[in-house]
Design a protein around this ligand. Structure first.
Ligand SMILES: C[S@@+](CC[C@H](N)C(=O)[O-])C[C@H]1O[C@@H](n2cnc3c(N)ncnc32)[C@H](O)[C@@H]1O
Length: 178
C-alpha cells in the first residue's frame, strides 16, 4: 500500500506547502505521510499553536516518523477511519488535508470511504489536496478518482510538478459538498 516509485521531491513538497494555512491555529492532517518527505515543508509553514497530524497505516513508517519527526502527531491508523481517529485526538473539523496515499491503486469502495471521511472532516472553507503520479492518470481507477473529486467538492484545481520522477499531479479541492 506504499505505492511509491521514489520519495517525493522538494519541488512537490514546496507546492503542497502552499495550501497550508500560515496564520491562526490551524489543524492540518497528512494522510499517508510515509517517511515524511512532505512533512518538513508543511511544518515549516505552520504558525505557533497549529496542530499537524499524520495518519499512517504502516507500522514501520509510524516508528520511523516518531523517531525522526518528533513534532508530528503520528497516529497509527487507516485514513478510512479518519473522523474516529481525529475524535480520539480531541479534534472535530480540520483546516487542510494533504493526502499522498496511492489513490489510483485503491478499489472503488476504499476510494469512496477515505474521500468521504476526508470531506466530512474538513471545515467548510478547508482545503483537500491529493497527489497522484501523472503516468497513472490514464488508469481506470485514477479517472474514477478524478470523477469522485468533482462530485465531492465544489472546486477542483490541478497542477503538475514536472520536477519529480515520475511527474506528480496535484489536485487542490475546496468547499466539500457534504
Ligand atoms: C506514496 S506513499 C507517500 C509517502 C509520502 N507522503 C511522499 O509523498 O513521499 C503512500 C503512503 O500512504 C500510506 N497509506 C496507504 N493507505 C493508507 C491508509 N488507508 N491510511 C493511512 N495511510 C495509508 C502508505 O503506508 C504510505 O506510507
Amino acid at each position: 500500500m506504499v505505492g511509491a516509485a521514489t520519495p517525493t521531491s522538494a519541488a512537490v513538497a514546496a507546492t503542497v506547502a502552499q495550501v497550508v494555512p500560515s496564520t491562526g491555529k490551524p489543524v492540518v492532517v497528512e494522510l499517508g505521510p510515509g517517511t515524511g518527505s512532505l512533512s518538513d515543508g508543511i511544518h515549516a509553514r505552520l504558525p505557533l499553536g497549529a496542530r499537524h497530524l499524520g495518519i499512517e497505516l504502516g507500522e514501520d513508517l509510524v516508528a520511523h516518523l516518531r523517531e525522526h519527526k518528533p513534532w508530528l502527531e503520528v497516529v497509527h491508523g487507516d485514513a478510512g477511519e479518519l473522523q474516529g481517529l481525529l475524535a480520539d485526538q480531541g479534534i472535530g473539523k480540520v483546516d487542510a488535508i494533504i493526502s499522498s496515499i496511492p489513490w489510483s491503486l485503491l478499489d472503488d469502495a476504499t476510494q469512496d470511504r477515505i474521500l468521504g471521511q476526508a470531506a466530512q472532516a474538513l471545515k467548510p472553507h478547508g482545503a483537500f489536496t491529493a497527489l497522484t503520479y501523472l503516468p497513472a492518470e490514464r488508469t481506470r481507477n485514477a479517472r474514477r478518482f478524478r470523477g469522485r473529486l468533482h462530485e465531492t467538492f465544489d472546486e477542483v484545481l490541478t497542477h503538475t510538478t514536472w520536477r519529480n520522477f515520475p511527474p506528480i499531479l496535484h489536485y487542490l479541492c475546496r468547499r466539500p459538498l457534504v
